[in-house]
Write a protein that binds this ligand. Structure first.
Ligand code: NAP
Ligand code: ZN
Ligand code: ZN
Length: 348
């Protein structure tokens, strides 16, 4: 076993603290990655606080992992020593069910092994995430990070990036489309970048005026402050697609009214509490309310390659691992510009 250092929450809501644990030895198909950077996702915070239920402690979060390949198993063919590699939200799956065979491993019907707060395929060995110095992952679940992408700015692509790229692709967002992005945080700022790259006209919905300048700087055509009730009356039936990235419960029906006939509202934000939903906004104009979770390995690699071609990376604030609790507090207040990324050198 490989002695590994990280940071963990030892119990629900407790501060993050140093935690030593073991990774498995490198098997024939495994890649050992020395972690350089790990992004902080709001899902880390939901799980550290057990807001979704079922969190298991100690919990080492982190699923936006980029680092250097330090060791490869005897059968590994896709990676070589010294290369920059990434790991996203899951590290294994059954590989046999229909979703797995379709490259939709995140929807595996038997067992998607989440990168942390999950169990390995044996059903009991806990998984620990990227707030740590190294990780061992089967090469099939490892991503190539194109050289053009700065590693600290590429890390958030592995969750915030793919979570927004995948549904915008699936629902064919493109030219002539008006796209609404609700919530300007980690996911939201990536949704703006992809929406624009796909040719859509992007409007950002934010719950105050604070981020108006940033939304414009990021390239959004319009900004809408949702604390102003006029926002909703002015934009009725304006959008083809709305992607909702908000981490706290809110009224979905108000946004559904902003869709055209046959418009689609995509939920990716995962609040812990249920929210109101009325039937009429859906019925009256045949609108759709859909969800989406991250993306499969093949599509994640496509997204990374697309980002390299189109110069898309995340806007990041790099922090030392000792600052995680402060970063969580700021994230809770919506004060992230636009992804915190941990520099794992600080773990030394
Ligand atoms: P984040 O950086 O904290 O951004 C969330 C944004 O939501 C905030 O910046 C804020 O935007 C808005 N917001 C937060 N609290 C609000 C409130 N009380 N009222 C109105 N707006 C509020 O979080 P993130 O990392 O982007 O994650 C967003 C959500 O997506 C989380 O629930 C996370 O668990 C989930 N997620 C889902 C998937 C998936 O596969 N579906 C993947 C990753 C994350 P404004 O300040 O602009 O209003
Ligand atoms: Zn995430
Ligand atoms: Zn499967």
């Amino acid at each position: 076993m490989l002695p590994t250092r990280g940071y963990a929450a030892m119990a629900v809501g407790s501060p993050m603290e140093p935690f030593n644990f073991s990774r498995r030895d490198v098997g024939p198909h495994d890649v050992l990655i020395q972690i350089q950077y790990c992004g902080i996702c709001h899902s880390d915070l939901h799980q550290v606080r057990d807001e979704w239920g079922g969190s298991v402690f100690p919990l080492v979060p982190g699923h936006e992992i980029v680092g250097t390949v330090k060791q490869i198993g005897s059968a590994v063919t896709a990676f070589h020593l010294g290369e920059t590699a990434g790991v996203g939200c899951f590290v294994d799956s059954c590989r046999e069910c229909l979703p797995c065979r379709q490259g939709l491993e995140q929807y595996c019907e038997r067992h998607c092994v989440f990168t942390y707060n999950g169990t390995e395929m044996d059903g009991h060995t806990p998984t620990y995430g990227g707030y740590s110095n190294q990780i061992v992952v089967d090469e099939r679940y490892v991503l190539r990070i194109p050289e053009r992408l700065a590693p600290e700015r590429a890390a958030p692509l592995l969750c915030a990036g793919i979570t927004t790229y995948s549904p915008l692709r699936y629902w064919s967002v493109g030219k002539e489309h008006r796209l609404g992005v609700v919530g300007l945080g980690g996911l939201g700022h990536m949704a703006i970048k992809f929406g624009m790259a796909f040719g859509a006209e992007v409007t950002v919905f934010s719950h105050s005026e604070h981020k108006r300048g940033d939304a414009k700087r990021l390239g959004a055509a319009n900004f809408a402050d949702t604390s102003n009730p006029e926002t909703f009356s002015k934009l009725t039936r304006h959008f083809d697609v709305i992607i909702d990235t908000v981490s706290a419960a809110h009224d979905y029906s108000a946004y559904l009214e902003l869709l055209k006939t046959d418009g689609t509202m995509i939920l990716v934000g995962a609040p812990d509490k249920p929210a109101p939903l009325e039937a009429f906004p859906l019925i009256m104009r045949r609108r759709r309310l859909v969800g989406s979770m991250i993306g499969g390995i093949r599509e994640t690699q496509d997204m990374l390659d697309f980002c390299a071609t189109h110069d898309i990376v995340s806007d990041v604030e790099v922090i030392a691992i000792q600052q995680i609790d402060t970063a969580y507090e700021r994230m809770l207040k919506g004060d992230v510009r636009y992804r915190f990324v941990i520099d794992l050198k600080s773990l030394a």
